[in-house]
Ligand binder design. Sequence first.
Ligand code: GRF
Length: 199
Amino acid sequence: MSDADGRVRAAILISGAGSNMTALIEAARRPESAYSVALVVSNNPDAGGLALAAAQGVETIAIDHRPFGKDRTAHEAAVQVELERRRVEVVALAGYMRLLTPWLVSRWEGRMLNIHPSLLPLYPGLDTHSRAIAAGDAEAGCTVHLVTEGVDEGPILDQARVPILPDDTPASLAQRVLAAEHGLYPKALDAFCARIRSL
Ligand code: GRF
């Protein structure tokens, strides 16, 4: 079920600063946006992104994973309840630092996106920028992909490329890639939602 104005209802899952989340929320304000942001969920109650989202008038909820101990599925079930309660149709992971179980992934098959700071299939996992520099790559970038059970393995929806400069450090490259992420993710989510809306 979409919003009354026909927009796809998206939720954003975060764990930290939420700069991609902010880019997604800002882009959703455009009258022609194919999605609205119905909810921001964080597994980390101290995530900086929670206050940023609230300041933008977006509903936020923190569901701390720690009380659930090793029971990842129980934590995910608590998240799922909130997503269903808001009639969420698409989930965008944006710096969500939890590995998902097949339980949640299967519930959102074809409807959950992630942004990863490398040109997948290169460098899944962590430390992408130092690995790209160490490999002597000429360029780096970011990828928006559908979430499947394998980490950073799902079908690629879109990518943005940036050069790797001779004096780059992992930190300077991360900054350049993050700026590219902020352009890519809203564009990719919008195109994805426009597509599913027309189905
Ligand atoms: C981004 O680099 C994203 O690609 C990765 O985690 C980082 C999150 O940054 N998955 P932010 O919280 O969006 O600022």
